[in-house]
Design a protein around this ligand. Sequence first.
Ligand code: ADP
Length: 603
Amino acid sequence: MENNRPGVLIVDDLPSNRRMLARSLSTLEVEPFEAGSGEEALAIVEREPQLFVALLDVRMPGMDGYALAESIRRVPKAASLPIIFISAHEPDAYQPYRAYDSGAVDYLSKPVSPRVLLSKVRVFLDLYHQRRELETVVQQLAAVNEALSQQTLRLETTAEVMHRITSILDVDALLTRILSLIRERFGYTFAGIWMIREEDGEEDASVVLRAGQYGTPTPVPEPNAAIRLDAPRSIIARVCRTGTSYLSNHAQQDAVFLPTDRLPDIRAELTLPLRVGTTRLGALDIQSESPDAFSDADVTVLTILADQIAIAIRNARLYAEVRRLNEGLESEVIARTEELESAYRHLELLDRNKSDFITVVSHELRTPLTLIHGFSQMLRSDPVIAEDELRNKEVEGIVNGAHRLHTIVNSMLDVVKIDHRTLHLNCSTLSVDSLVEVLRSRLAPALDERRITLTTQGLADLPEIEADPDALTKVFNELLTNAIKYTPDGGSIAVEGRDMTEEQEGGDRYIEIIVRDSGVGIDPQALEMIFTKFYRTGEVTLHSSGRTKFKGGGPGLGLTVARGIVEAHGGRIWAESAGHDETALPGSAFHVVLPLIVPPSAL
Ligand code: ADP
């Protein structure tokens, strides 16, 4: 019997009628199922799934056509089977309402025309074919959907694992989480990560279980389980050794597969190498109790995961390394900062001591100095001493010494005022040109003695400025005296003036005065330090005491006072020099920039 052909159910109590109907349909690719009674027909309906139409004789002994149609409707798989009634020709024998009520879709009157029957049955056959096609498509779709949702699950797990890989930097936490994800989502029995132990030598290299997960009831594998790297029977050792993956879908028959007591029912094992570039780190090992557990799609997805896990392990190791280095660096920085802070505190203390020393010394010296000064003046005007040339010279020495000491004490007092910000300026309008001219005549004897020429340039063109004449005289006296002191005999000093007011686009207006000499110059490292109190270059004990002698020493306060005064005016002072050289004589230049009007904040 041809079981796959669509079936027609033909029910009639007369065999000749049934045969006639079956014959009419012989040109169709259908299987006729004949029944002589309602009971026989119902048995066929229950048995044959491929019926697509039923032809029922209305009048039959026992169960008639209507009763049979109602019974067929109650068979679940035939509930929608199309039914065509074949009625007798006497009109009252056919009751169309009853026929439709019992589920008929059509009816034919006897004698049945074979052509009409054929065309009606063909319509239902076409419908049947269409429905079957549709069912096939639906089944295919369902299969595709199933595959897709499997793939989605795999990809979701992959994505989740990758997300964790990037968000967890603690290697152990990361590995444990990844393994439980792989095991739970894919439903494997065991997932483990094995690492090649770095500290072992080539000879006894081994592979150690770094993290692993069985399912329940044995959730945790033996800690630190190890396999020798050269073990002949172990898929894990082999993958770690060769760096290539190994799939055993029928593990029990695999000679390399090494069974363990803890997992006696393993049937499949997939082991993937963990590598970054050419460096082998270990292996990702997955085992299942189902044979053929790993499809091609599984292998593809798990290989991607293994690659990501390897990178994550490498990154986590690097991160741990960097963190260790950072911690080292941080403590180093803290230690150095503490050292610097304590050195700074020490320097502050020294500076305060210096200030205190200056305050005490200058105040203590002032009174006796005034006495010496007064008495030496009296001695000088004594007629007896005036007549004695030797005594006169001695008294002159005392007067000069007292005068020089007086200047030093005054400088110290100035420094004290600058340190305490109590330097008061008595400003008036003055011309720098005339100020320098006064100093030129005051220093003329020294310039003559040392054969040093002093030239000026542009000073006469400078605008007048608001400044304290005495204070500013101290500044330029200091600069010119230093220029004489640090320039050998026969040298030159030039004072240049420059009006900067043109360069100013707005705000305060300034002039610049530069005192240049052709002297020994200043070491670049000392250019700033010479402005700190008591700073002197060279050997202190070798300094001669002359005010304007070549390299004549001083207390190292002059430039400190000069800077204090210039800054009190709201200006700036700095030194420039190519270096210190007593033979080449590179010279020095001291720049003073002063505002035309002293800004209120400076006063
Ligand atoms: P001092 O009273 O010793 O001259 P200063 O404060 O005036 O102290 O100068 C500090 C140091 O700056 C000097 O000891 C000197 O070494 C250096 N100095 C100052 N002016 C000049 C200059 N024109 N040429 C070279 N060195 C200079």
